[in-house]
Ligand binder design. Structure first.
Ligand SMILES: O=CC(=O)O
Length: 330
């Protein structure tokens, strides 16, 4: 741990452009290297950064892998991630080197849940298809059969991963009179389950075969990589729709595109992709798929609060305290 009063000398390297107020405060508090041009550092840049920094502030766009962590100098004591998911950081390698990792949980929950809900409405109600037709000047007026979609009221939503965001989606879904189901490694406490009126499924395959909508909300780990693979997605009913606001790699994207193309799944709403910012060209061709550019937490409020959390975590560390949002050490 740093000695008390070390803040000014704490060298912080930030990998991407952050909201202005956060950068200003960062510069007041620490010896900070910002990335005003917002160009990703890449492997080489990250390696260079960890050789000199006490604290690295990466985002989901930086692969802080074993190689980067191995290259870190003795000085690197902390990785203060700007974001909740830490799948892009080799947490095991960091743990072994005694590097503290923090994230920014809680402050992006509601916004990400809102975005999931927006997708959950957009796909079955065909909002973006309608928008496209109207903007192209091809709308000829109201007709009884134009752009008929499906209602979500009364339908079953299966949430995979019932953490903060999953739970926030469940609350919204309940307000829309959907029947909430969920799969999670460990069951929710009885009172929470009762409040959400949520049905627990120990067996994911069983749950999938009965759902109208599925929302992916688990973290990306070795265990959840391609959790929704081809075989598993084939368990879904043909009218089912998948929403993913978590991480692209949890779904086998190629299989998803194939299954939608042949009508084995009705559609998808995706905010995250396997090879961001590359998008599988097959997905681009499909009308019943809504594609968003990873914007779940993209509100001014969330991004400011995420920045505040990064500041608080680094400040705690620099003052010799345990940072509040530690992911590692576990
Ligand atoms: O995707 C963004 C995050 O993990 O915060």
């Amino acid at each position: 741990m740093a000695q008390k009063g070390n803040r000014q000398r704490t060298k912080v390297v930030v990998t991407r452009k952050l909201p202005d107020n956060i950068e200003t405060r960062m510069a007041e508090l620490f010896d900070v290297q910002l990335n005003l041009a917002d160009k990703p550092l890449g492997k080489e840049g990250l390696i260079k950064a960890v050789q000199t920094a006490d604290v690295l502030v990466p985002t989901v766009t930086d692969q802080v892998d074993a190689e980067v962590i191995a290259a870190a100098g003795k000085n690197l004591k902390m990785i203060a991630n700007f974001g909740a998911g830490v799948n892009h950081i080799d947490t095991k390698a960091a743990q072994e080197k005694g590097i503290v990792i923090t994230n920014t949980p809680g402050v992006l929950t509601e916004d990400t849940a809102d975005l999931a809900m927006a997708l959950l409405l957009s796909v079955p109600r065909r909002l973006f298809e309608g928008e496209k037709i109207l903007r192209a000047g091809d709308w000829t007026g109201w007709t009884p059969t134009f752009l008929m979609g499906h209602r979500i009221q009364g339908k079953r939503l299966g949430i995979i991963g019932m953490g903060r965001i999953g739970t926030a989606i469940a609350r919204r879904a309940k307000a829309f009179n959907m029947a909430v189901h969920y799969h999670k490694r460990s069951r929710l406490p009885e009172d929470v389950e009762a409040e959400l009126e949520a049905t627990y499924w120990d067996d994911l395959d069983e749950m999938l075969s009965r759902m109208d909508f599925v929302s992916v909300n688990c973290p990306l780990t070795d265990e959840t990589h391609h959790l929704l693979d081809r075989a598993r997605m084939k368990r879904l009913q043909p009218h089912a729709v998948i929403i993913n606001t978590a991480r692209g790699e949890i779904i086998d994207e190629e299989a998803l595109a194939d299954l939608i193309e042949v009508g084995r799944i009705a559609g998808a709403g995706l905010d995250v992709f396997e090879q961001e910012p590359e998008i599988n060209p097959k997905l681009m061709e499909l009308d019943n798929v809504v594609l968003l550019p990873h914007m779940g937490s993209a509100t001014v409020e969330a991004r400011m609060a995420m920045g505040e959390k990064v500041l608080i975590n680094i400040r705690a560390y620099a003052d010799g305290h345990r940072p509040p949002d530690r992911v590692v050490p576990y």
